[in-house]
Design a protein around this ligand. Structure first.
Ligand code: PMP
Length: 440
């Protein structure tokens, strides 16, 4: 398979050799898929992606999740072009689309009483944590083991679960992570113990969760988990932060909070905001908490400082407004969810037929194809789980490369995002390609 991959992707290989000279690791994102070498994209459209060698792929990476409408969605692209021609990319002043975007988000997610636009999910998480600390006057933050909340000092901690070595945590002084704690997914007793202990030493500012479970449900949570976490937060006076960087709009126009009917105090947004069209992130939530961001130059009231030059650039705001409007108009989450259901059903049949030790499950447009060992251990023994994951990491990389060689892009060989552009015919073609690889 690797030979086949190399033959098909000669130009990518040449470019990869050049990137290795000037870009550490050859890619601009440490988590990016790059085995046996990174593939250089040429263009994307709807459900498909083409590389610089002219190979076409069915794209289930969908830029890491945001392009629910399909890649390079023409109606949003047109609005971005119009604004670019009219206004240019950045002015430094406020733009009408900022308020239109905030109002539209509130229309579909009523918990987002106020909204602050930022540049990425990482920034959104940093801002939400600062706000939670400012509001509660407490310092501890509890996250769930295995969850990814971006690469800030305080959150990159725990990219590997306790006991397995924190491989990503070099360059971060221990003081920066001193007030970040982790709980294993689904372990409510441990969460209660931590909240209780923290109460004796300054209190917990916030519990932050990915509402589908760590890494978009790679480690699934029980149906009632978010509700129980909400109740514990209320009991101990901590804020609940939902990280909806992936789930916002993808799970439905109301996000995961609408789906689970659980009200977070703060919500973090990311790339989902613009349907992946342009860089974006943000924080939204309760007005009394969000108002801590208010106050301008000359104001004497205290405020938490959050924001940047390009935070709410007009291009990202116009892309966000029209992407969200289009997701609502087209019922994108439901359409992409149906594609996810079809793919999940088809993959389950293939895995059963071939007798493979895989488990396939989905939450609408987010589909997981995992080894059953990984899944079972995620419930019982997280340390063993991470050992297993690390042991299989190379296997998953090889699987990812094999899928690519057969015209499928996935996230690390195990996670699949469908989009509104995935027709039944495309899903059926994808199933054929998956079966070819799974038979190898
Ligand atoms: N939170 C979650 C749940 C994510 O999946 C990601 C990125 N995939 C982030 C935060 C970080 O977002 P960004 O890459 O925009 O900084």
């Amino acid at each position: 398979v690797l030979n086949y991959f190399e033959q098909k992707c000669q130009r990518s290989k040449q470019l990869a050799a050049r990137t290795a000279e000037v870009i550490p690791g050859g890619v601009q994102h440490n988590l990016a898929f790059n085995y046996p070498f990174p593939i250089a994209a040429d263009r994307c459209d709807g459900a498909h992606l083409w590389d610089v060698d002219g190979n076409q792929y069915i794209d289930f990476l969908q830029a890491g999740g945001p392009t629910l409408l399909g890649s390079n969605y023409a109606p949003v692209r047109k609005k971005v072009h119009e604004l670019l021609d009219h206004c240019g990319p950045v002015t430094g002043l406020f733009h009408e689309y900022e308020v239109k975007l905030a109002e539209l988000i509130r229309q579909y997610m009523p918990n987002i009483e106020m909204f602050r636009m930022l540049g990425s999910g990482t920034e959104g998480v940093m801002g939400a944590i600062r706000l939670a600390r400012a509001y509660t006057n407490k310092k501890w933050i509890i996250k769930i083991g295995g969850a990814y909340h971006g690469w800030s000092d305080q959150m990159v901690y725990g990219m590997r679960l306790p006991g397995t070595g924190r491989r990503e945590a070099i360059g971060i002084p221990s003081g920066s992570t001193a007030y970040t704690q982790e709980c294993f997914p689904n372990d409510l007793d441990a969460l209660r113990r931590k909240l209780w202990l923290n109460k004796l030493r300054g209190g917990t500012a916030a519990v932050i969760v990915e509402p589908l479970g760590p890494e978009s449900g790679t480690r699934p949570i029980y149906e009632d988990y978010n509700r129980q976490v909400r109740a514990l937060c209320d009991e101990f006076g901590a804020l609940l932060i939902f990280d909806e960087v992936v789930t916002g709009f993808r799970i439905g126009m109301g996000g995961a909070q609408g789906y689970f009917n659980v009200r977070p105090d703060l919500t973090v947004f990311g790339k989902c905001l613009t349907g992946g069209y342009l860089m974006a992130g943000g924080i939204g939530g309760r007005k009394d908490v969000m108002m801590l961001l208010a106050g301008g130059i000359g104001s004497t009231s205290k405020r938490a400082f959050v924001g940047g030059t390009l935070s709410a650039n007009p291009l990202s705001c116009v892309a966000g407004y029209h992407a969200i409007a289009e997701m609502a108009r087209t019922n994108a989450a439901v359409v992409a969810g149906r594609a996810g259901d079809r793919l999940c059903k088809g993959l389950s049949e293939i895995v059963d037929r071939l007798g493979l030790p895989y488990v396939v499950y989905n939450q609408g447009s987010i589909v997981h194809l995992q080894t059953s060992a990984v899944l079972l251990m995620s419930m019982r023994n997280p340390i063993k789980l991470m050992k297993e994951v690390n042991a299989r990491k190379h296997m998953m990389e090889e699987m990812g490369a094999a899928y690519m060689a057969h015209g499928l892009v996935t996230l690390a060989g195990s996670r699949i995002y469908t989009s509104m552009a995935d027709t039944d015919a495309i899903i059926d073609e994808a199933l054929n390609r998956f079966e070819t690889v799974l038979r190898l």
